[in-house]
Design a protein. Structure first.
Length: 52
């Protein structure tokens, strides 16, 4: 019975799930930001290419 109560009080798995959800949220938030940045970088590298 003590093993079962110890299992119910263990929160280490919940912490790992929280970190996983946080990493997924950051990844989803980065995608639109990188798409906006890509447009600016394409223009900059296009200008450099034209000058060379």
């Amino acid at each position: 019975m003590t093993n079962f109560s110890r299992f119910l009080k263990d929160e280490s798995g919940a912490t790992a799930i929280e970190y996983g959800l946080l990493a997924a949220l950051i990844g989803v938030a980065l995608i639109p930001g990188l798409n906006l940045l890509r447009g600016g970088l394409d223009g900059t590298f296009g200008d450099v290419t034209a000058e060379l």
